[in-house]
Design a protein. Sequence first.
Length: 421
Amino acid sequence: MALAIESLRGIAQSIVPSKDLIGAFLTLNICACIIVLIAQKWNASSKPSRSSTPDLEKPASRSGREKVTRTFGEWTPSGFKRPMAQPYPDWDVHTSKPIPYRPFRYGPKYFVTMGLRSMKFDEWIELDNHYLKYHADKAKRLTERGDKCYGTAPEAMDGAIELLEELCDYLPERYPTMFQKTTTGITNKVTQETFNITQRPLPEDPMATAARLIQDDLAIMIEKPDGEYYLLAGAILLAGFWRLRDKFGMPLSEIHTSGDVPQYKEKLEKGMKNFFRRLKPEEPVVRNNYFIQVDDQLAWSPSIGSEDAEEVSWNTAEKNRAIEHHFFRSERQSLRRLPRSGAVVFTIRTYFEPITEIVKQDYVPGRLASAVRSWGDDVSRYKGKEKYQDVLLEYLDRKHDEQVAAGLKVDQEGEARSYPY
Ligand SMILES: *[C@@H]1O[C@H](CO)[C@@H](O)[C@H](O)[C@H]1NC(C)=O
């Protein structure tokens, strides 16, 4: 059986409805960690585990364990240097299509897990031919919503600047046709923007500037002397279901308890803390998630309420909208610790497509229907299933039947394509 993976933020987002966003997102993340551990143990006893999914929660060595004993809140610059990135093969801002992640698994069982996989440094940031749309949307959001959607607390300033510097190094290596490193920062040769990151004070918040360079949303967690990780910097511009200001400044534990994440205290809190403390600069990780949205808005899903409402919830969403209004929202999240500041950086890249498009791909309608049916009550609530299950499942079943009638070999999907597909 395969580990079911779910979302950090997918769930968080579905939780959104309960107004919990980032929190939920982080929460589930971590909870997911724990569940992964359990599931992997279980898996190991039944089937060979996937070699691509090592146990990322355990320290690789004794020395890894010892490092955890350092004084909380203090980070000794590790001296680690990321290997230089290779250019993305044949990348072109006008022709390189988004990677079609389909990170859902067959039922009947569904596990909420963190679903972490090791990440190659080269693959830290993914850009494609939707770049210019994302870039324009972000600029508009930064102007219209201002510091409701981005910000950097003083304790996170060094980390935010290190993130910006790292992007100025990485992007020209990986996407040389678009970015050029300069003595004071970076130039985007396509949009004609130049950023001087040596100016002090910086002309704008470093998280806002970082967000302008890439398609991802960004968040930074910082360890304080109490040993907790706090959300102290972010640029959350296209997240659909959650708002930075709801969780800004909160520690992981509060983010989660305030979001009523099931079993957080009993089952998740400790593992989550350990995961953050053990994360090393040289071992970045990535995960994927997905959820369904019943409107076509990338930046903010109005179905769950106005972005300025006190509370937002799936309760307000219209039920059983036509299938044309169903969208597949999927995130690719990376998690790195920056070596100088010790800041933990999340990148959250959203991929957004109509359901009516993704069903054209072999096996997708059948597998997605199976996955949606495997959600337990809690996950279903988080993901708003009640609002769209009738229309969606009827449609997916019909599309699956059409694929079978057209000759789809149901038993040959196999392991040829593995998660996240
Ligand atoms: C960048 O900022 C620094 C510090 O303010 C300044 O000395 C330098 O002239 C600026 N460079 C450019 C190219 O604007």
